[in-house]
Design a protein around this ligand. Structure first.
Ligand code: G3I
Length: 398
């Protein structure tokens, strides 16, 4: 109760001086951002300056994904990824590679023979190894850590079907981690997924972590994507997952944080592989976000960052999935053409109330760290947010 009151006071008293967000969290965890290519390809620009001042870690939002790096077999496109890495190096940032193995944004050629038939296990393994060695090898010693495998588990904590799993078998994740480690033995390696507040899902992921460690397969951290709404997930579920990750002896990475302010439209399509049709009722703030909604968002961000601060011994990095509201992925998912406001900066690159509140919270926070709870390794109930903001994302057939 005391903590809540203190938190509200910090959050609601607007910060007069806005400094760099990253500096307010020095010694706790990195504060990062995912960047679109317009930020780093031709610098400096207003957004690259803003990024340099506020973030100490960067992730490429799209330009290191398989469809961008190797659209056709053996045809590698490095230009944008090279510029991304050079930008991070110029600013002394922790550079994150995203992502090596995923079933989405990965061209079909990975999974097919020239005649269109399904490629066999050995072919897929060879293609995976070649891709990982090419990408990780190119940035050896320069990219600090890789999202090696993205989104392989379902909400029940089992592996879901995907072209990688169907073609190789359940060991496709382990192989990907082994290949990444071969290509750069010093790089950190992460498993990254959404809905990680769900205790059944995190239990499945952590079973894999335990198995990897027992076999000597390198894994340094678990990424919680954290695409949030104003109302969920519950901080308690989310914190429990972070503590369970810590109890396994690996780091927790908050990899794709944002807080949508729009009505939840996940789970509304009958066909989960399609986006939901546009409807005005799902897009209420086309002419600007009301002040009370921005305040509610600032409180929500503070709740989350206070939890991250309490668990800063476990958390290595908190990365926002974008920089400004004009270019957020939430404007097109799960309903195309909406106007959302999920990030720290507005379309004019002005710091929003959430950015000011989070920066102030970091500078002034003197709270206690959370001790690992004794029951943290036992399986709890699933979080109360399944089917909400990111729930259907699990089954969008990607
Ligand atoms: O760049 C092309 C452009 O040339 C073309 O004209 C246009 C036409 O649609 O598409 C542009 O590419 C889009 C790309 O974003 C860049 O804006 C793709 O269509 C679009 O599918 C792609 O969406 C990305 C999405 O992953 C794909 O699933 C989002 O930007 C990106 O934020 C999002 O990131 C994922 C993480 O990698 C994994 N976790 C979930 C997260 C959010 O979906």
């Amino acid at each position: 109760m005391k903590t809540n009151i203190a938190l509200s006071v910090i959050c609601l008293a607007a910060a007069s001086a806005f400094g760099g967000i990253k500096d307010a969290y020095t010694g706790r965890f990195h504060v990062g951002a995912a960047l679109g290519k317009w930020v780093y390809e031709q610098t400096p620009n207003a957004e690259s300056d803003l990024v340099a001042a506020n973030f100490s870690s960067i992730t490429a939002e799209n330009e290191m994904k398989p469809e961008r790096v190797q659209p056709r077999e053996g045809e590698f496109h490095w230009d944008s990824a090279d510029k991304f890495v050079a930008f991070g190096e110029r600013h002394g940032m922790k550079i994150i590679g995203h992502c090596l193995v995923w079933h989405y944004q990965t061209p079909d050629w990975f999974f097919k023979n020239a005649d269109g038939s399904k490629a066999d296990r050995e072919t897929l393994i060879a293609r995976m190894r070649t891709h990982i060695h090419a990408v990780v090898g190119r940035y050896k010693g320069r990219v600090h850590g890789w999202d090696v495998v993205n989104e392989a588990f379902d909400d029940a904590g089992a592996l879901h079907p995907s072209p990688w799993r169907d073609g190789i078998g359940d060991d496709f994740i382990e192989l990907a981690f082994r290949f990444a480690h071969e290509a750069d033995p010093n790089a950190e390696l992460y498993y990254n997924d959404f809905n990680m507040f769900n205790q059944s899902k995190i239990a499945g992921v952590l079973r894999m972590v335990r198995e990897f460690r027992a076999k000597g397969v390198r894994i340094d951290g678990v990424g919680l994507q954290s695409h949030n709404g104003l109302g969920g997930p519950a901080v308690a579920d989310y914190e429990r997952s972070i503590q369970r990750i810590g109890a396994e002896g690996v780091k927790a990475m908050v990899t794709e944080l944002d807080v949508s302010v729009l009505p939840n439209a996940w789970g509304l399509t009958a066909d989960p592989t399609k986006l939901h049709d546009y409807e005005e009722k799902y897009n209420p703030y086309t002419k600007g976000c009301p002040a009370d909604v921005l305040e509610a968002q600032a409180k929500r961000y503070c709740e989350l960052f206070e939890m991250y601060l309490r668990n800063s011994d476990i958390i290595d990095r908190v990365t926002l999935w974008g920089v400004n509201d004009a270019t957020t992925w939430f404007n097109d998912y799960p309903v195309p053409g909406r106007t959302d406001y999920p990030l720290f900066f507005d379309k004019d690159l002005k710091a929003k109330p959430c950015a000011e509140a989070v920066e102030k919270l970091g500078r002034e926070w003197k709270g206690e760290k959370t001790a690992l709870k004794p029951d943290v390794l036992t399986t709890g109930t699933a979080g109360g947010f399944i089917g909400a903001t990111v729930g259907m994302y699990a089954t969008r057939g990607r």
